[in-house]
Design a protein around this ligand. Structure first.
Ligand code: ACO
Length: 323
């Protein structure tokens, strides 16, 4: 069934919009064949494709450590985790395709440098403790954001999120277990864990996006149930869970202004360096160039696989038509 996108010039637009918003208010999911405002479709393609790119680019910082994992068990966990991220990218590209954009167009946007993907993956993984810290903090931040998205109004995105969150929960647990172990380990292990927390704390807070007042998309996304919480709300939930856990482990947090506010029950943080955030988002982070180069190389080197799959599918189709 063709997807019906609503444009404001349609004489029935206002009526359709009212019904669309009433469905969302009733908690119904919007499905690919349903009428939707063009802006709803555009916002979803923007967000889901950026999310898919983040999963795929996110394989790189951790993938770099597979050959250097300290034990076979850690290596197996890391291989499984990186493979999960590829699967997440796959579900998300599929979810975006239901909105009428092709996989090729999304990949072209990524490889040409036009598309955004999460700022967090433009930081380097310098030591093995970074792998644990990514699991604990980065996947911890991703889960806070994605359990919210599992409730979102667009059916294919919300269903993809349910499975992704289950897998991210495993990623989070293995990372936390690893950092807590190093926090109780030798002075060198402790120092490595602390150094990783120091470098990943602020980028993890930036992951949730700019403050609400500087977030142009939040208003419409919340109105249409794509986001059910704002960037600052999700960030606060992340800090409230992770700050006490890090401190309890005997590690410190690189924010001299961080304090628990008894009145609100929230952990208050100091100012976030938004200049750094926007530099990273606009392509000038520590690893942006390397990440894109790695993706372009992988795409070029994988051309023969795509060709082989297409040839095989054509052969199978010909055989099926012959009977
Ligand atoms: N990294 C890169 N770009 C970002 C980030 C970030 N951490 N946060 C915000 N931006 C971009 C937005 O994409 C937007 O750009 P655009 O309008 O050109 O597309 C701009 O900054 C302004 O931000 P917002 O208006 O706040 O954007 P939005 O309302 O979409 O909120 C958020 C940003 C929270 C990341 C949202 O898009 C989202 O929930 N996305 C889905 C989840 C996701 O992509 N997670 C990535 C990590 S996945 C992982 O860890 C494996």
């Amino acid at each position: 069934m063709p997807i019906k996108y609503g444009v404001p010039s349609d004489p029935d637009y206002n009526e359709r919009l009212r019904e669309f918003e009433a469905r969302i208010a009733r908690g119904e999911k919007i499905e690919p064949g349903d009428w939707m405002p063009e802006e709803y479709r555009r916002q979803l393609i923007r967000m889901i494709s950026q999310h898919a790119h983040s999963e795929v680019v996110g394989m790189l910082p951790e993938g770099a450590w597979i050959t250097r994992a300290p034990t076979l068990k850690r290596k197996m966990i890391l291989v499984a985790k990186v493979q999960d991220e590829a699967g997440h990218g796959q579900y998300l590209y599929h979810a975006a395709e239901t909105l009428g954009i092709s996989r090729e167009a999304m990949l072209e946007a990524l490889l040409s440098g036009k598309a955004k993907y999460s700022s967090i993956f433009n930081y380097p993984t310098l030591t093995w403790a970074d792998i644990g810290t990514i699991g604990w903090l980065v996947d911890g931040a991703a889960i806070k954001n994605q359990t919210m998205l599992a409730q979102c109004s667009y059916g294919p995105y919300s269903r993809a999120m349910v499975r992704i969150c289950a897998e991210e929960t495993f990623h989070h647990k293995q990372g936390k277990e690893m950092v807590l172990l190093y926090a109780k380990g030798t002075p060198k292990q402790r120092q490595m864990a602390q150094d990783a927390i120091n470098r990943w704390w602020w980028p993890a807070l930036m992951m949730m996006g700019p403050h609400d007042k500087d977030s142009p998309n939040t208003e419409i996304l919340v109105r249409w149930g794509i986001k059910t919480k704002t960037n600052d709300q999700v960030r606060q939930e992340f800090i409230n869970e992770h700050a006490p856990e890090i401190l309890e482990a005997g590690l410190s947090i690189p924010d001299p202004e961080l304090r628990y506010d008894e009145q609100t029950g929230n952990w208050r943080h100091g100012p976030i360096n938004w200049d750094e955030f926007w530099q990273v988002v606009s392509g000038n982070g520590p690893m942006n160039k390397e990440r894109l180069e790695a993706r372009r190389r992988a795409h070029a080197e994988g051309a023969w696989v795509r060709e082989a799959l297409e040839a095989y599918a054509a052969k199978k189709q010909k055989a099926a038509l012959a009977v």
